[in-house]
Design a protein around this ligand. Sequence first.
Ligand SMILES: [Zn+2]
Length: 274
Amino acid sequence: MPELPEVETVKRSLEPLVKNRTIEDVLIYYPKMVKDVDNEVFKNSVIGKPIKRIERLGKHLMFKVGDLTMIIHLRMEGKFLIKQKNTPKDTHEHLRFILSDGRALSYYDVRKFGTVHLREEAELFTTKPLMHVAEEPISETFDILKLKKKLKSNRPIKAAILDQTVISGIGNIYADEILFCARIHPETTAKTLSPYRIEKLAHCAKDILNRAVESGGTTIRTYKNALGIDGMFQLHLNVHMREGEACKNCGRTIKKEKIAGRGTYFCPTCQKKG
Ligand SMILES: [Zn+2]
């Protein structure tokens, strides 16, 4: 699943290819992908409008289309391709935006979990899907006090940092890396963490996500970014996908356990329980 660095990479690679192009038509091949509004209303709302820029919050892409915002979440395997506008529909192609330069922006999704919402500016952060999305740790204005409050829970810390209403942009890969960096066992009850350790966690989250963005994200298993560009951060992973290998810090063996419902990699020596 694409996390903040992979979605940011999609944004950066896609934006120059679609910016200032006008949407001339929309072909909706998978009607259920469009949420809350009727397909015809969605089409009529964006046709004739320019894509002014792309922004991002957590794992959500926000296309600024005229005075509206089209919010797309790639979920498990959603991706974009730029193609000529008249090419036949591909398998797994769900949406096609015909652009004024003769090309098309196409959305593909093998798993069909991706979503698109259309919102007016005034309701952008007061309605789904963005209303409960927390700040991201790489934000200049990230509020550590808010994070400390949100971590006063009985959940394992791994589950807490995967929750997009607690801190946004982190998925399974970066959660493992951040907890290793902060030397926190993934099963640690969130509310037992001292303010110091939460600050360390936030610092690690910021550092790792920023470095991953600079590397173009992580490419493992099936996920490839929009335009087929591979990220390079997998070369810098310390624990994730390294079960049975030696810890780069202490030399002991990296373990994998199911924690918070997810395959979780950690070093039992560097990340002590309690
Ligand atoms: Zn270790």
